[in-house]
Design a protein around this ligand. Structure first.
Ligand SMILES: Cc1cc2nc3c(=O)[nH]c(=O)nc-3n(C[C@H](O)[C@H](O)[C@H](O)COP(=O)(O)O)c2cc1C
Length: 234
């Protein structure tokens, strides 16, 4: 059985969010092909994780066996979010571009999930690259939307793209190598013209294709063992 972690980061509700519609399409297609999938939904857009603070840093950098009770309490949300990542085979993220970067709610999620001893190790014996990820072998599908256009390398706004490079830089904390990231992007949302409509149609086709392909690689269990289970976290 495979586990799909679905993360939505749009501050908009389902009806008004392009990325939420794409993540829903991804989930539907995936579960259709691999009905035994366990889907875990984490809605950071509706319920943002707390920003990390000095207590989080102090607690996270104290060895587990030396932690005081308040430290364990303060790391509880981080533990829960990390457990969801650890259990996931595939992570699909609905990510709007806000002010040229990722929504603050998703950045807060990454800050809770990137944790020493849990998702990365740190060792100065490794020289100039002391950080190594602990998790591995996961797939990340980024389903994004932008009001403007031209954020790809060589595009008219490539220099303003603070979103895709940030996701690529942080993906290793999730156990995702750079080759295991696939990104689908809706553009021109603010123009509401034919270019936007074409972009939506293409994004829907690609989203369904990726979901179908990834689900096919997990859909190997006999039908008698299949049964979809849902678990929602907010
Ligand atoms: C607060 C806010 C900031 C935004 N900043 C940008 C931006 O910097 N660049 C851009 O191309 N679009 C920007 N947009 C447009 C969104 O990326 C676009 O509306 C997208 O469809 C949002 O995703 P959603 O439909 O899933 O909510 C912004 C929208 C909002 C609400």
């Amino acid at each position: 059985m495979s586990t799909l972690l679905k993360i939505d980061a749009s501050a908009q509700l389902q009806d008004r969010s392009l990325t939420r519609k794409l993540t829903a399409l991804f989930e539907r297609t995936f579960v259709n092909v691999a009905p035994h999938t366990q889907v875990v939904s984490r809605d950071v857009g509706q319920t943002p994780p707390p920003f990390i603070d000095y207590r989080f840093i102090h607690a996270a950098f104290t060895l587990p066996q030396e932690r005081e009770a308040w430290m364990g309490d303060h790391l509880a949300i981080s533990d829960e979010l990390i457990d969801e990542v650890v259990a996931a085979d595939i992570i699909v993220m609905g990510v709007p571009m806000y002010n040229y970067g990722m929504p603050a709610s998703l950045k807060a999620w990454f800050d809770q999930v990137a944790r020493i001893g849990k998702t990365f190790s740190f060792d100065l014996n490794r020289g100039d690259f002391p950080i190594e990820p602990i998790l591995s072998g996961k797939h990340l599908v980024v389903l994004s939307a932008r009001g403007e256009f031209g954020f790809v390398p060589g595009g008219v706004r490539a220099d303003k793209n603070a979103l895709d490079p940030a996701l690529a830089a942080c993906a290793h904390y999730l156990g995702v190598s750079s080759k295991a990231i696939e990104t689908v992007t809706i553009e021109y949302q603010e123009f509401k013209d034919d270019r936007h409509r074409a972009s939506v149609a293409e994004a829907q086709t690609r989203t369904a294709e990726i979901a179908h392909r990834l689900a096919s690689s997990f859909a190997f269990k006999p039908s008698s063992e299949r049964g979809v289970s849902h678990h929602s976290c907010q």
